[in-house]
Design a protein around this ligand. Structure first.
Ligand SMILES: Nc1ncnc2c1ncn2[C@@H]1O[C@H](COP(=O)(O)OP(=O)(O)O)[C@@H](O)[C@H]1O
Ligand SMILES: [Mg+2]
Length: 254
């Protein structure tokens, strides 16, 4: 078979005049592969603008995750199927695929409310970033995924005061808040955050919160009601040594 990528324009034109049906099919397939590669490339460039650091260029396989955790992450991502689409399908009585049905149930039963707990350096941020990338890639940017550091969210709330646009957080398809509970937040803010999580919970919208605090500290920091909402779905506990320390040991062995 000819190498289409090396043909000049004139050669392509000559080829098209004289090609057999089989050769034209191969040429069509080549074009389709090129189109798909270009689409993947554009998607990758967009994701790099949305997700900082090394994360957009890594996949789950680049990280030391157990098979079980990888499976949990991928299952979770499937459950985040665009909520709008699922709702519309349900409303109009359209058929669900198997895993759309699974996603619908998970969203309705708030299994997409995910709390990640564990001390610093155990890999919570990495997992949320992997989920974010996986969602953007897997659903080809069709999901509005809002990722916010808890401290940034608080500062944004404070600086915008009453004009703060909470809708962005209550209505986005997936909300990720990283590192919640780092002290110094006001009661008004706690109430606002509770409202956001509550609204999302009522609508079955996926929300992920990570925290370094244990459950007692978390209860003290955010109160019983919010804690019970946050842990009513899935709780993934991150244990073991700080990854930064593990990596240091590997280096010192060399
Ligand atoms: N699954 C992993 N495999 C390899 N290295 C990891 C993994 N998770 C985290 N790390 C490394 O450990 C460091 C701390 O992880 P991070 O996700 O920031 O922890 P946390 O958010 O729990 O404090 C990261 O910079 C990363 O390089
Ligand atoms: Mg972190």
């Amino acid at each position: 078979m000819r190498d289409f990528s090396k043909m000049t324009l004139k050669e392509v034109l000559d080829f098209q005049i004289s090609a057999t049906e089989e050769e034209m099919a191969a040429y069509g397939a080549y074009h389709e592969r090129m189109r798909q590669a270009e689409e993947r490339h554009k998607l990758q460039l967009t994701i790099r603008k949305m997700v900082p650091g090394k994360y957009p260029d890594t996949t789950l396989d680049d990280w030391e995750e157990t098979a079980k955790r990888k499976d949990e992450i991928l299952t979770y991502c499937r459950w985040c199927y665009p909520p709008e689409v699922l709702r519309e399908k349900y409303r109009t009585g359209a058929e669900f695929d198997d895993w759309e049905g699974e996603a619908w149930k998970a969203q309705m039963h708030n299994k997409t409310q995910l709390l990640l707990t564990g001390s610093a350096g155990t890999g919570k941020t990495v997992v949320t970033r992997m989920i974010q990338c996986e969602l953007l890639r897997g659903y080809r940017l069709r999901l509005a995924v809002v990722y916010k550091g808890a401290e940034d969210l608080y500062q944004e709330y404070r600086s915008e005061g009453g004009a703060h646009n909470g809708q962005r957080y209550t209505q986005c398809d997936v909300l990720i808040i990283d590192d919640h509970g780092q002290g110094g937040i006001t009661d008004v803010y706690k109430k606002w955050l509770h409202l956001v999580i509550d609204r999302r919970w009522e609508q079955g919208l996926p929300t992920i919160v990570t925290t370094n605090l244990n459950s007692e500290q978390l209860r003290e920091a955010i109160g019983d009601a919010l804690l019970s909402r946050l842990s009513s779905g899935q709780v993934w506990k991150f244990e073991g040594e700080d990854y930064r320390f593990r990596n240091r040991q590997v280096i010192s062995k060399k």
